[in-house]
Design a protein around this ligand. Structure first.
Ligand SMILES: O=c1[nH]c(=O)c2[nH]c(=O)[nH]c2[nH]1
Length: 299
């Protein structure tokens, strides 16, 4: 009698890279994605008995992504494209009960050439990516979507302070009323789980754009008391403006820039004269939080 039981199992293909070109006369559009498709369902025997008859191969998962990209008019709209894939998988394979699609959309922005947007040339003008994870459950036909924005590097040279913090015998950090604030934004937002038809009403691309705008606007305008306080303002604003979002999380490293000590050279690089900093790659602070919508019953 074995003491082991298969508690959870999920498999599929990862890092499936695809570039789709949409051609509309002269004007062309390039969309580059990195995708993962993973499956759950009645697949236990492939693990426990070497029964491959239940295995939709990971190679088929890869082909599914390419063929759906070929057919789809929505590759640019990653939440919709991911749902096209999960719907196909659940329709095609009755023994698969949950299909997960994770997509990273890389940045290709249209080039400006001779003062005009070029019809078929693009530039990687920033490393930030859009992400989504769509999980489609056969039971109840429910879709769970978590989308995100990752790698958006920002820096401000004033409008950030940090003082009044807890102090004890281990504390050496000086209080500051003006400092550099820089972070690489990693933000994820979770939609209320819903049916595919309800989700068709949501403009996912607008939400991506607006969350980036809210993040940047509040980062720039807030008289920041701390990374924590600025982050929370972003989260509240996102929930206020986007009804379908149930919760929003940020992971923000606090990328430190310290003033260079020039006292040995009799040069004052402090306070009002501070303008030369040393960017410090590590360690960095790491500030995270998840803010959820209050349930209506508690309002
Ligand atoms: O905004 C900040 N939050 C902290 O928690 C912290 N801790 C620290 O050393 N510097 C900062 N800055």
């Amino acid at each position: 009698m074995s003491t082991a039981t298969l508690k959870a199992a999920c498999y599929g293909k990862d890092k499936v890279r695809v570039l789709k070109v949409y051609r509309d006369g002269e004007k062309q559009t390039a969309v580059e994605l990195t995708c993962r498709l993973t499956l759950e369902g009645d697949i236990e025997t492939s693990y426990t008995k070497g029964d491959n008859s239940v295995v939709v191969t990971t190679d088929t998962c890869k082909n599914t992504i390419y063929i759906m990209a070929k057919r789809s008019a929505n590759v640019d709209n990653i939440e919709v494209f991911a749902q096209e894939i999960t719907e196909h998988v659940l329709r095609q394979y009755q023994h698969i009960h949950v299909a997960h699609v994770e997509i990273i959309k890389h940045k290709w922005s249209r080039m400006t050439v001779d003062g005009e947007l070029h019809p078929h040339s693009f530039v990687r003008d920033g490393e930030e990516v859009q992400t989504t994870k769509v999980s489609h459950h056969r039971q109840g036909d429910k879709v769970q979507i978590v989308s995100g924005l990752k790698g958006l590097l920002v820096l401000k040279t004033t409008g950030s302070a940090f003082h009044g913090f807890y102090k004890d015998e281990f504390t050496t950090l000086p209080e500051v009323w003006d400092r550099i604030f820089s972070t690489a934004v990693d933000c994820t937002w979770t939609f209320e789980p819903a049916s595919p038809s309800a989700l068709r009403q949501i403009n996912f691309q607008d939400i991506h754009q607006n969350i980036k705008k809210i993040t940047q606007d509040i980062f720039a305008k807030d008289d920041s008391a701390s990374v924590q306080a600025t982050m929370y303002k972003m989260q509240k604003t996102i929930l206020d403006q986007h009804e379908p979002i149930a919760e929003v999380s940020y992971v923000l490293p606090n990328k430190h820039y310290f003033g260079v000590d020039m006292s040995k050279f009799n040069i004052d690089n402090t306070d009002a004269n501070l303008d030369v900093y040393q960017p410090v790659s590590d360690p960095s602070g790491l500030i995270t939080a998840t803010v959820a919508r209050k349930s209506r019953s508690r309002l």
